[in-house]
Write a protein that binds this ligand. Structure first.
Ligand SMILES: Nc1ncnc2c1ncn2[C@@H]1O[C@H](COP(=O)(O)OP(=O)(O)OP(=O)(O)O)[C@@H](O)[C@H]1O
Ligand SMILES: [Mg+2]
Length: 400
């Protein structure tokens, strides 16, 4: 089974692209589930079908004739949170209220940032396992929270372990009689049960799903500077957590004919330049290009047509690139960044660190790599290019 997650900056066309690829794959005879993991659901609006929190079967038609079925669902994140994590968030709410935090805010805080996204993916994972799908397409929230979602299993795993140890220590020390005397409400056994369940079962399942060779992310972007920059950063963050990205979707490209109109000529020229940049910056990832349509891309028929154009010679369910574009590895007290540059000649290679970014040049090509926060306090301690792979090493700064 393949799981493909679409993410990108707000408004670039994630839901449209996810829906179009799901409809197109389903019309080619695959068993497909498309799930919205964005709390601000718009998947139902884009498909023009009412959706609920259980997969619903939709019939696709081509020229009035049946052409396939698609399953679609909008996850109810709040309900999922209380199912998997209810006791813990009740406890946290109680704890925050006890500390004088207002009721509404305490309840919000008790949901812990990222928790809704996490449980959403857990629900998708459960359906993916049950439903015998060939392809599960996930429409993610804008990059920020989607990254939190994808990178959470690893981060949450260690944070929750510590929390659990701490809670156990407190509970072990304080006798039931003393419970009434201590300043904070103490967690009951159901809190441990839920927290443990989350750590050992749910997060484990989620890490499996995310690191599965069948799971990949596609970054959706538009030909604009700020959007491209945010996507580059997202690629770094995903690489850091070992999440595979297998393609970039470039949406809203003006047709070449538009260049005949004086008003659009400059736009067309700029978009072509951005497209070259994206190919350069994100190599070896393939770019799927989608034209700016003359109207909103809504409804099954328009989505199917859009999917056909978007994937052209590719299969929507295929793993479009199996080569990790960028990798980070721990090496002693530092890190090694690895970037495949198959055609680079060592004597033409130039690696410069400019603030929070590493700029790699090979001949006329440039590759900006925003550095992960963790590496910002480190120095570049060496770089070499061997067998078509550039390796840059980072060591903790001696002055730090
Ligand atoms: N290629 C396209 N041509 C024309 N209209 C498009 C195209 N792609 C998306 N749109 C339109 O742009 C709007 C935003 O698209 P969409 O909802 O898919 O973006 P999104 O990235 O999911 O947004 P959000 O960040 O709010 O979730 C919609 O009205 C959609 O129909
Ligand atoms: Mg959306």
């Amino acid at each position: 089974m393949r799981v493909v997650l679409y993410t990108g900056k707000g408004g670039v066309g994630k839901t449209t692209t996810a829906a179009a690829s799901a409809v197109w794959a389903a019309s080619r005879g695959l068993r497909v589930l498309v799930a919205s993991a964005d709390a601000a659901h718009s998947l139902g609006d884009v498909l023009e079908e009412p959706l609920g929190d259980e997969p619903r079967q939709l019939e696709l038609k081509d020229g009035g004739r049946f052409s396939g079925t698609l399953f679609a669902v909008e996850v109810d994140a709040r309900a999922e949170v209380s199912r998997h994590w209810g006791a813990v968030s009740d406890y946290l709410g109680q704890l925050f209220r006890h500390q004088g935090i207002e009721e509404v805010m305490a309840d919000e805080l008790a949901l812990l940032p990222g928790l809704e996204e996490l449980t959403t993916l857990l629900a998708v994972d459960a359906w993916a396992r049950e439903g015998a799908y060939d392809l599960v397409v996930v429409d993610c929230a804008p990059t920020d929270s989607a990254l939190r979602l994808l990178t959470l299993p690893e981060a949450a795993h260690s944070a929750l372990r510590i929390l659990l140890k701490l809670q156990r220590a407190i509970a072990g020390l304080v006798t039931p009689l003393a419970r009434n005397l201590v300043a904070v409400p103490l967690p009951g056994s159901e809190v441990f049960r839920d927290a443990e369940g989350l750590i050992y079962r749910q997060l484990g399942k989620l890490s499996e799903l995310i690191s599965d060779p069948g799971t990949s992310v596609r970054l959706v972007l538009t030909p604009e500077r700020m959007v491209i920059d945010e996507s580059l950063r997202a690629r770094t963050d995903l690489a850091l957590f070992g999440v595979a990205v297998d393609a970039v979707v470039m949406n809203r490209l003006l047709p070449e004919e538009a260049a005949a109109e004086p008003f659009f000529a400059e736009w067309v020229r700029q978009q072509a330049a951005r497209r070259d940049e994206v190919a350069e910056f994100f190599a070896p990832l393939p770019i799927l290009a989608a034209p700016l349509q003359d109207d909103e891309v809504v409804g099954l028929a328009r989505l199917q047509a859009h999917g056909r154009i978007l994937f052209r010679d590719h299969a929507p369910e295929a793993l479009l690139s199996s080569e990790p574009g960028l990798e980070f590895r721990r090496e002693g007290s530092g890190y090694a960044l690895r970037l495949p540059l198959p055609n680079a000649r060592a004597e033409e290679l130039d690696v410069t660190r400019v603030g929070a970014q590493l700029m790699v040049r090979t001949g006329a090509l440039r590759r900006p790599i925003p550095l992960p926060r963790h590496l910002l306090g480190m120095d570049v301690s060496g770089a070499r290019c061997r067998d078509g792979i550039l390796e840059v090493r980072f060591q903790p700064s001696e002055t730090a």
